[in-house]
Design a protein around this ligand. Structure first.
Ligand code: ADE
Length: 260
């Protein structure tokens, strides 16, 4: 898979190739990253990439021409390697991304990520060159670079061979539309807190059942919106019911059942 990133700050992306899962995937050629600085595509002597907004107001707007030339160059370079890339613009106005989007993004062979700065980019560039507009959350970053890196990390770890265990991405939080269960390692007791006995039992079926129940319980407590979105089968409802009874006592379990 190939990422071309259009950014005024290509140096920021160095961190991705230094250490961790993404760095390893880049080294192994599981994913490729190329950065393109629109300043290099500005044709005036000052290499201007931004200008004042029509209609007035604070801040500057990124101009069409350097961005368009950078995107077109990235598209051609990707096409030369057999990659029909789609273009995504990272902005707070974009559609919020979830884990299902990350899987969809990972299934496309190439993406050109446009990281905006200043007040944004000229709308006509978005109309003419951008296929999708993405947000990583309801807050405003000072630029799209961090957002692009967040997307790249979440996507690259899904690619075959990127993680040590073939199934560890499946076991992630959100992998199955549920939050992850709690995890423990040695020592068995610390600060008076013991590891749940079932995890020491060696009974793999009981451990699986406990983990599923914890995942369901946590999702119900913390993210009822996720439970509503995915729905539960009868076996999961029964597990969740038992979790609620364990937590609140039998009287509150029935009332809470209606919540998600
Ligand atoms: N650029 C600035 N804020 C952003 C956000 N929340 N998501 C994606 N790109 C952004």
């Amino acid at each position: 898979m190939r990422f071309d990133v259009i950014t005024l700050f290509p140096e920021q992306f160095r961190i991705l190739s230094e250490e961790g899962v993404v760095a390893r995937a880049l080294k192994r050629g599981i994913a490729d990253l190329v950065t393109w600085n629109p300043r290099g595509f500005a044709t005036d002597a000052q290499h201007t990439v931004d200008d004042r907004p029509y209609g007035g107001g604070p801040g500057m707007v990124m101009k069409v021409e350097p961005l368009r030339a950078a995107i077109d160059a990235a598209k051609s370079a990707a096409a030369a390697t057999g990659c029909e890339s789609r273009v995504a613009y990272l902005s707070p106005q974009g559609r919020p991304l979830g884990q299902a989007d990350m899987r969809r993004i990972a299934a496309t062979s190439g993406w050109i990520l446009l990281a905006g700065r200043y007040e944004g980019v000229d709308e006509r560039l978005i109309e003419s060159r951008v296929d999708e507009e993405w947000s990583i959350g309801d807050y405003v970053l000072s630029g799209g670079e961090l957002a692009a890196m967040v997307v790249m990390d979440a996507v690259i770890r899904l690619l075959p061979g990127a993680l040590g265990h073939a199934d560890s991405a499946l076991q992630d939080s959100h992998g199955d539309g549920l939050l992850d269960c709690p995890h423990y390692t040695r020592p068995e007791v610390i600060d008076g807190r013991a590891v749940p006995a079932v995890l020491l039992s060696g009974d793999h079926a009981a451990i699986e059942r406990w983990r599923r129940q914890q995942a369901l319980g946590r999702t119900w407590e913390r993210r009822p919106d996720m439970l509503r979105a995915r729905g539960l089968d009868a076996a999961d409802w029964a597990l969740l019911d038992e979790y609620k009874r364990g937590r609140d006592g039998p009287d509150t379990a029935q009332a809470a059942e209606q919540e998600p």
